[in-house]
Design a protein around this ligand. Structure first.
Ligand code: CMC
Length: 430
């Protein structure tokens, strides 16, 4: 009976027949090895069927790097490949040089440029929120000196959540309050880290100063002059937001799970740190340190390209023309280099720009001249990306609030290209 059923099942290659045969075997007195053989055959067939099914699974189009994929709608900023950038509908070319960073912060958080009274009140609130909890300062003091400032910043942003007075309030108003606190406190974490690492006294924020000016004051311990004030204000304005860049996207993904805003900004800080994103700024300075004179530029760049290396501070995922922030930062860099007698550095940058464009037809991005600006302001290069983070916290928090309002989980799929049907081998037989 066994032989007949197996032969019949095999001949018809019918799954139903195999099941029937197995059932009848269980009822009869056929020996156990025959039963095992039959069960093996069943399992094998089941695996074959599954593999067939899997290979017939619907093929998805994989968009590598999510290039040009619109993952959500946003009203916050618009990055156009033709080289324009808008904050809440305002062309940044119309804002830079005409508004201060606090006005941009008010615009992003409240969708409105403030009038004089609102600006005064908002500035005062931001400046008073720059104060850090004592225990955060203590932790910054004991952070190992070999840690990159972005690592300490990432941890301390996360620690801030421990001091939220109403962690269970998920209202829009509570998130706006948290956003303002984060925008104000992130620069203070950065400044405190620098002051403690260099064994310098901490200074308290000054209500007489603007917000960006206060940041530089807390960092350097001395009042910024007019040109420095202007430079840091414009730097922060130009870095305030930039569409669905990688760190903003990371923040929105975290927020889309309904996690808290501190977690979202912690994700963003970690993402900005990478050299393909905000970490490029520090790498630009390392490259500029390597190039001694204008005459060395051509050979240096050719060497990098021959070695298939990326030139830091060049290229962009979206812009196919010049990054609209570059012209502003180039001009700030030129002015600052004039006064700090580092005009040779500026000339070297111009030469790099020309050589890279000739060879690769790509333009400098925001990080290239930002490095020169921060260097001229006396900021050590390992703090370049933390300065970027201090400005971008505004964009991140605004996006997080928008994501909460959108209330959809950001969860893409993937195209599985691995194996199916691997036979499990118990540990004693591996
Ligand atoms: N140096 C040399 N070649 C470059 C560079 C560069 N910096 N950027 C792009 N290219 C080339 C790239 O090799 C490719 O050439 P080909 O078609 O011959 O293979 C072509 O330009 C297109 O580049 P891509 O790699 O497809 O561009 P992407 O959109 O994947 O990458 C990028 C964008 C920003 C990661 C890249 O340009 C890069 O690595 N730049 C250097 C790091 C940097 O400056 N990052 C800051 C980005 S902007 C501000 C920010 O987000 O913080």
């Amino acid at each position: 009976m066994f032989d007949y059923t197996v032969v019949h099942a095999r001949q018809s290659v019918g799954y139903k027949h195999l099941i029937k045969a197995a059932q009848s075997l269980r009822c009869s007195n056929v020996n156990t090895s025959a039963l095992r053989l039959f069960q093996f055959e069943l399992a094998h067939n089941r695996r074959k069927r599954m593999m067939k099914k899997m290979s017939e699974k619907q093929e998805r189009v994989v968009v590598r790097g999510l290039r040009d994929v619109a993952a959500a709608e946003t009203k916050i900023s618009y990055v156009n490949s033709n080289g324009t950038l808008y904050y809440l509908g305002y062309d940044i070319d119309d804002l830079v040089e005409r508004v201060c960073y606090e006005e941009v912060a008010h615009l992003l958080l409240y969708n409105k440029l403030p009038n004089a009274k609102e600006l005064d009140e908002f500035r005062s609130r931001l400046v008073s929120e720059m104060k850090l909890p004592q225990r955060v300062i203590k932790r910054i003091r004991v952070a190992p000196k070999n840690c990159h400032p972005m690592e300490v910043l990432r941890s301390e942003v996360s620690h801030l959540s421990e001091y939220d007075p109403h962690p269970n309030d998920h209202s829009d108003a509570a998130n706006k309050r948290r956003a303002i606190e984060l925008v104000a406190k992130v620069p203070t974490i950065v400044a405190t880290l620098h002051r403690t690492r260099t064994d310098q006294q901490l200074v308290a924020p000054n209500q007489e100063y603007g917000f960006a000016e206060n940041f530089l004051y807390l960092f350097k311990g001395k009042t910024a002059d007019h040109q420095e004030k202007e430079a840091i204000d414009r730097f922060m304005t130009l870095h305030a937001d930039h569409g669905f860049n990688a760190s903003t996207f990371a923040a929105r993904v975290t927020a889309s799970t309904n996690s808290d805003i501190y977690s979202a900004i912690t994700s963003a800080v970690g993402t900005l740190k990478g050299p393909l994103h905000g970490g490029a700024c520090e790498k630009v300075m390392l490259m500029l340190d390597d190039i001694n004179t204008e005459e060395e530029v051509e050979e240096y760049i050719q060497g990098m390209l021959d070695d298939q290396k990326k030139i830091m501070g060049f290229g962009h995922r979206v812009y196919k023309a010049e990054d609209p922030r570059t012209k502003h930062l180039r001009s700030i860099a030129e002015n600052l280099c004039h006064r700090t007698a580092t005009l040779n550095l500026y000339k070297t940058c111009m030469k790099i720009e020309n050589v890279v464009h000739d060879k690769k037809k790509i333009f400098p991005n925001v990080d290239f001249y930002a490095a020169v600006v921060l260097n001229a302001l006396g900021v050590p290069k390992e703090f370049f990306t933390p300065f970027f983070a201090s400005s971008r916290t505004l964009g991140w928090t605004t996006h997080v609030i928008e994501q909460y309002q959108d209330a959809v989980l950001l969860r893409p799929s993937s195209e599985y290209i691995g194996e199916f049907g691997r036979s499990f081998v118990p540990i004693e037989r591996r």
